[in-house]
Design a protein around this ligand. Structure first.
Ligand SMILES: [Fe+2]
Ligand SMILES: [Fe+2]
Length: 447
């Protein structure tokens, strides 16, 4: 197997990338975290290295540029994929490619293949053994495997040397895993056709668990979206468990930090758009920003309302599977939606069902279930009424206006946000007096 040399000082990312290199490209990863060891590897092992993937810069050192110069001096031409910004000289080099976010794994693999001249046919036709090995420690990242996993039993007297380790539904505990590792199980095996499924499952978990503080703005957006999707999927599958609750708490913390970092709505949107964030992710981020803004301008609001709103932004549409469903907010949109009967039923009841989940969520902010239930203006959490009950809570009214505004902002995309149009829409949709103050407060938002 040829090697791929990775230069990355974030251990979590290193593990994540290496797993994917191994499985998608069929390359054996060798990693280093700094310049000297990278140069060493290149000088000694250049025959074996098919591709170098490196950060542009680590702790102020221009790694990519220096490696490029070293190779030039040594007359070596190893393809180079750089994560981060590169200068003109590297830009013009045909065996170099750059990208901004490594955590975007699909693009990472595609770029690796492109710069190293690995064709799609070669990737599909990799000479993969029937039982594909990955290091056992990766199983720590998941609670239960999506497919059967095996270990190689050297003492096996039966014909089948591959014995089942964990099956779907089995719980992978640290204790069980330690036991196996102490028995000498360093590698787990997956059947050939299952390998991408399992690697994607592990990768999504690894991305969700990343320490977001160590990531840059672009990386946080890409990783944040994976994290939100992974948590939402888990809730639909498992409901409230220790695992889903912890994962949701981490996701909410990361979103809150991100939202507060942005000084303007435009800067937030710019980042979301340039990283091609999904509708759902944009919806949660922008809605959180707008809701927090509104609460600042409401004279009755207290600190606890902020927590309640952040929870609701993350949780309110958690049971919706598609962006198409999540975009629907009015009765008219609901009636016209081209969805299956099942999808419509889910949509009709999603506010009620999500509020039931929020109620049993351990230590959820008090009253958050009420807010989630009322987020489309129905007291009982069912359907999309045109006329709103006088009994809706003030916080619910704020949330509804924030959501309508958010959707208009997202619709504008990278075009101009036409304030006048948005406000006349809001006034039409929420014509009564009790909404007026809220809509007025939106006018003060820092675009
Ligand atoms: Fe929503
Ligand atoms: Fe909703």
């Amino acid at each position: 197997m040829a090697n791929i040399l990775l230069v990355e000082n974030n251990k979590e990312l290193e593990n994540l990338y290496n797993l994917n290199f191994r499985v998608y490209l069929g390359l054996d990863p060798v990693s280093t975290s700094g310049l000297d060891s990278a140069v060493d590897q290149i000088l000694k092992e250049n025959q074996k290295i098919k591709l170098i993937v490196t950060k542009a810069e680590i702790e102020g050192q221009q790694i990519a540029q220096t490696l490029h110069e070293k190779m030039k001096n040594e007359n070596l031409k190893i393809p180079l994929l750089v994560i981060g910004k590169i200068g003109e000289e590297l830009e013009s080099d045909s065996s170099t490619l750059s990208m901004s976010v490594g955590v975007d794994l699909k693009t990472l693999i595609r770029n690796c293949a492109q710069v190293a001249n690995i064709t799609a046919a070669e990737m599909v036709g990799l000479d993969v053994p029937n039982y594909f090995p990955i290091p056992s420690h990766y199983l720590r990242k998941i609670k239960s495997p999506i497919c059967r996993t095996f270990f190689l039993d050297p003492d096996s007297s039966s014909e089948e040397e591959y014995q089942t380790l964990f099956s779907p539904g089995d719980e992978i505990t640290e204790e069980k895993l330690k036991n196996y590792i102490s028995m000498g199980v360093q590698e787990v095996f997956i059947q050939k056709n299952d390998r991408l499924k399992l690697v994607n499952q592990i990768s999504n978990e690894m991305i969700s668990e990343l320490s977001f503080d160590k990531l840059n703005d672009n990386e946080r957006t890409v990783a944040g979206e994976v994290q939100v999707n992974t948590v939402h999927d888990k809730f639909r599958e498992m409901g409230i468990t220790k695992e889903t609750v912890n994962a949701a708490k981490k996701a909410m913390r990361d979103i809150a930090k991100d939202v507060k970092k942005n000084k303007t709505l435009k800067s937030m949107l710019k980042n979301l758009l340039s990283n091609k964030a999904s509708y759902l992710y944009k919806h949660i981020q922008v809605l959180s920003y707008v809701s927090l803004h509104l609460i600042k301008h409401a004279d009755w609001a207290k600190k606890e309302h902020e927590e309640k709103l952040m929870f609701t932004c993350f949780f309110h549409d958690i049971l919706l599977k598609t962006d198409e469903q999540a975009k629907i907010c009015t009765k008219d949109e609901f009636d016209k939606a081209d969805l299956t009967y099942e999808a419509k039923e889910t949509l009709k009841h999603h506010a009620l069902r999500a509020s039931e989940l929020a109620r049993v969520f351990p230590k959820s902010p008090a009253g958050v279930d009420l807010l989630i239930r009322q987020h489309h203006g129905a007291l009982n959490g069912v359907g999309f009424p045109d006329n709103f009950s006088p009994n809706l809570s003030p916080l619910s009214l704020n949330f509804m206006v924030a959501e309508a505004y958010t959707d208009k902002v997202i619709e504008a995309g990278d075009g101009k946000i036409h304030k006048q149009l948005i406000f006349s829409y809001l006034n039409r949709r929420f014509p009564t007096n009790r909404f007026k103050k809220i809509i007025d407060a939106l006018d003060k938002i820092i675009l």
